[in-house]
Design a protein around this ligand. Structure first.
Ligand code: SF4
Length: 604
């Protein structure tokens, strides 16, 4: 077996209630590494085009990479066809679960079918059981984890699960691990709920697989850890992550005019300090935390100490809270912790649902939605109580929440009345916490829709090797960038000799284009060609920011079109966003050509 890989995938068929193993395909792994890319390849090979994402045919793949389980690499990918967008569904999760999966002797899990009654999966090394989850259905994510750990009788079992949002098939539902690590965006929890799978508990005792050159691996790791607190890396972000976590970004992004206040109307706001990292640090932080063997630790558990939300506890970070706060103009720290905890406990994507609420607030202000459309809610900007009530309805599919739980792509045509103009989304997935002018073409061209991660070869590599993007700069002294370190670690673990950087960049490009090809095969959300889906809503172009540092910033349509054309060219696509046949051939993606010809991808 190639070093670093466990060498097998666990295959669970929930319809049959059976579990088997299959060898990891090392030829595929050599081309695509693992994690995101390996899982997308499985989805391509094992599902027919056009499946319903909520059907038993959909796959739910959990995938690690060959260095998952080493310091800074506690990540794994969750991949499926998305019920939110109809395209590739992808979420990353940190914490402790992915390393545990590796230590149990698996590179990943492929889940198919649908259980006839609520079930959970318990994996202890080679022993796999599909157990009844009847007593867990309806529980929140923290209640579920506690109950499962008690059930299996092992305090070291690691659990990920869905909450009520996933059970109710909210298309924004996510999968949650240890109460706050969320595999969010694009409806992973909805797919898990459609399979009636409440939780997956794992205990692995086999340790990290054999490494090809363990001495070299440990020399690299020791060097990276020793350098993690160096002045150089502290300046590159480790200090602020250790001290305040990504919540530091609340104020930093506003200072850079990149905030998303009032549904992206403004990039900066005078009251942003109220929700910033320094305030959370002084006022609410109770404990620091980290993913498995992370040398930085960006997690800061926080509690509300007084007022109506007193006692609420959670671990908010920037990516999950910017949409709940800035975008809805809810600039209160206690409200931030409360809304973030509400989303984590009930298992709904805070970014996605924050986008939906902000859209509804703008529609309400403009008279597009009325009080009676919103079940009597006065949905005014900044009202934390109204925001929480609408999120609750979306989680439980109550009243108007039943409509909004289906996500932008499904509910905008039903709402009509020009409401799509205010939906800050691409392909059905709401934008992350950055102004479009600063993220350029990213939200539009991303394979999963308006995700804040850049769909570039470099971010693809992080998600396929499975290292944390917050640790993207981690490296021993003398290394130029994080990828040089992770690439060397990958080579030492596997014994493969990929050249840095070009060998790795090629894999990243291959992965991004495989995702793009999958979306084209699936009809690009019902729109062909891709360039008709790789777009922004008009508001992203027409809005000129007016306040503070953001004054005058804009992202005009013609600038976007030039950026998008450059991206297509750099990725070897034609002007409609379709990868050229010769590009796919040169990347070894020949198998995609046949399927794309069938859907007429190159027919003008
Ligand atoms: S930087 Fe934060 S998210 Fe990344 S591995 Fe460390 S603790 Fe986890």
């Amino acid at each position: 077996m190639v070093g670093g890989y466990a060498g097998r995938y666990l295959e669970v068929d929930l319809t049959q209630g059976s579990a088997t193993t299959a060898p990891t395909d090392m030829a595929v792994a050599k081309n695509l590494i693992g994690g995101l890319n390996y899982a997308v390849h499985l989805l391509w090979q094992r599902t027919r085009p056009g499946i319903d994402p909520l059907s038993p045919e959909n796959l739910l793949v959990f995938a690690t990479g060959p260095i998952t389980g080493l310091p800074g690499t506690e990540r794994g990918s969750v991949v499926y066809k998305s019920p939110l967008t109809g395209l590739i569904g992808h979420a990353e999760v940190g914490g402790h679960w992915c390393s545990e999966l590796k230590f149990a002797g698996y590179d990943g899990i492929v889940i198919t079918g649908r259980a006839d009654k609520p079930a959970y999966l318990y994996i202890k090394d080679d022993a796999v059981e599909v157990r009844s989850a009847a007593h867990l259905w309806g529980k929140t994510t923290s209640q579920t984890e506690q109950a499962v750990v008690k059930d299996v009788g092992d305090p070291f079992a690691r659990v990920l699960c869905i909450g009520p949002a996933g059970e109710n098939l909210s298309r924004e539902a996510c999968i949650v691990h240890t109460s706050w690590h969320a595999a969010a965006r694009t409806g992973s929890g909805c797919v898990m709920g459609s399979k009636k799978l409440k939780a997956v508990a794992i205990r692995g005792t086999k340790g990290f697989p054999r490494m090809e050159d363990p001495d070299k691996c440990f020399e690299l790791i020791d060097g990276a850890i020793a350098n993690a607190r160096s002045e150089e890396l502290m300046h590159e972000g480790h200090y602020r992550l250790t001290k305040m976590g990504s919540q530091a970004s609340q104020v930093e992004r506003a200072d850079e005019a990149r905030g998303i206040f009032k549904n992206f109307d403004e990039g900066d706001h005078p009251d942003v300090v109220n929700i910033g990292g320094p305030r959370q640090l002084r006022r609410n932080r109770v404990r620091d935390d980290a993913c498995f063997m992370c040398p930085v630790g960006c997690m800061h558990s926080s509690v509300v100490r007084s007022g109506v939300f007193a006692g609420t506890w959670g671990q908010p970070d920037w990516d999950s809270t910017a949409n709940l706060t800035q975008q809805c103009l809810m600039l209160d720290m206690d409200g931030l912790i409360y809304l973030n905890a509400l989303c984590d406990e009930y298992g709904i994507d805070a970014e996605g649902v924050g986008n939906t609420v902000a859209w509804a607030m703008e529609c309400y202000e403009r008279g597009v939605l009325t009080k009676s459309d919103l079940d009597g809610l006065e949905l005014v900007w900044g009202d934390v109580s109204a925001e929480a009530k609408l999120i609750w309805k979306i989680i439980h599919r109550e009243g108007v929440g039943n409509l909004l739980a289906d996500g932008f792509k499904h509910f905008l045509p039903r709402v009509g009345k020009g409401s799509e103009k205010f939906a800050m989304q691409s392909k059905g997935c709401g934008f992350g916490g950055y102004q479009p002018w600063s993220y350029r073409e990213t939200y539009a061209i991303n394979n999963v829709g308006g995700h804040h991660n850049v769909d570039s070869p470099r971010s693809n590599l992080a998600d396929s090797m499975t290292y944390c993007l917050f640790l993207g700069a981690l490296r021993p002294k003398g290394f130029r960038e994080g990828l040089e370190y992770y690439g060397a670690l990958f080579n030492a673990a596997t014994g493969w000799e990929f050249k840095y950087p070009e060998g790795f960049d090629l894999i990243g490009k291959r992965g991004v284009l495989l995702g793009r090809a999958y979306n084209i095969r699936e009809g690009y959300g019902g729109v062909m060609p891709p360039s008709e889906a790789d777009v922004y809503p008009e508001k992203a172009h027409s809005r000129v920011l007016t306040y503070g540092t953001a004054k005058g910033k804009a992202y005009p349509r013609e600038v976007f079109l030039a950026d998008r054309a450059n991206y297509y060219k750099s990725m070897g696509c034609d002007e409609r966003g379709v990868p050229l046949r010769e590009t796919l051939k040169s990347l070894g993606l020949d198998f995609a050509i046949r399927d794309l010809e069938k859907v007429g991808a190159w027919d003008q």
